[in-house]
Design a protein around this ligand. Structure first.
Ligand code: MN
Ligand code: MN
Length: 280
């Protein structure tokens, strides 16, 4: 374990699920991923690399003032700025999807308008508010879009949302998936043409995966992507020489999956992200 100054990748847990609209429990995500990593191999046959070759810092889990969403987001943003200023690229473990908002805001401050956000999700998360509440996990990508613009984000795997959200999503230039104008298979060519050399923030809402392989999430949706499809997407970013400068894995709610396969998938994904973002 390295100090943040000596690490190329840091992990931070953000155990918050205060705005979850359906089934809560994502606050237990970081703990479940950490425990699942104990059963996962350090070596990735996908990338032919071992995470023992990467200098990693574990920043632990944030202590959050549950009950005051604005304060929670402020604390997340402050801690993230401090951690990234020390040097490492950070993989954040949610928590619900709203935790990505302060992370993306801080990343935008640092990298400017070249930043491109790639969202994997079953849901558009483009609501302007949920039952009158603007700071909601169902509105997180609306806030990101308001800040970056629709041409600075790709939305992948979406298969659920309200009619207004879908009208908006279909007008987005970079919507990929089985219900999208652009099939998943066209993403690698898009990445080569548009994302080469650019700073990429990757936000992975685990409900993008099919509930058959990832049942442990608050709002499961049938018809999701496979792990192989997700790996192909990630590898296409690397092949395109896109620069993944930040990432999060959110919405794991382990208590809905007593088999542990959801946390196992998240832990494998974490290993792959560490390898893609990290240096020795
Ligand atoms: Mn989401
Ligand atoms: Mn979702």
């Amino acid at each position: 374990m390295h100090e943040p100054e000596d690490a190329s990748v840091a992990i931070i847990g953000i155990p918050f699920d205060g705005t979850v609209s359906n089934r809560p429990g994502a606050r237990f995500g970081p703990e479940a991923v950490r425990s699942a990593t104990l059963g996962a191999e350090d070596y990735s046959p996908y990338l032919d690399r071992d995470i023992a070759t990467v200098s990693i810092h574990d920043a632990g889990d944030l202590e959050l003032p549950i009950g005051d969403t604005a304060a929670v987001l402020r604390v997340i943003g402050e801690n993230y700025r401090t951690l990234t200023a020390a040097g490492p690229r950070v993989v954040a473990l949610g928590g619900e999807h709203l935790v990505s908002l302060p992370l993306i805001e801080a990343t935008h401050e640092r990298y400017g308008d070249d930043l491109f956000v790639v969202q994997l999700d079953a849901h558009t998360d483009l609501r302007h508010d949920y039952l009158g509440v603007a700071l909601s996990h169902a509105a997180v990508m609306h806030h990101v879009k308001a800040r970056l613009g629709a041409d600075h984000m790709a939305q992948i795997g979406i298969r659920s949302g309200a009619v207004d959200e879908w009208r908006e999503l279909r007008a987005h230039p970079y919507f990929f998936g089985s219900l999208a104008p652009r099939p998943l298979e066209s993403f690698p060519a898009f990445a080569r043409e548009t994302l080469a050399g650019r700073p990429i923030y990757l936000t992975i809402d685990l409900d993008v995966f099919d509930p058959g392989i990832l049942p442990g999430t608050g709002t499961p949706e049938p018809g999701g992507i496979s792990f192989r499809e997700a790996m192909a997407l990630l590898k296409s970013l690397i092949d395109a020489r896109a620069d993944i400068i930040g990432a999060d894995i959110v919405e794991l709610a382990p208590d809905y999956d007593h088999s542990g396969i959801s946390a196992a998938l998240a832990a494998t994904l974490l290993r792959e992200l560490i390898l893609m973002m990290g240096k020795p």
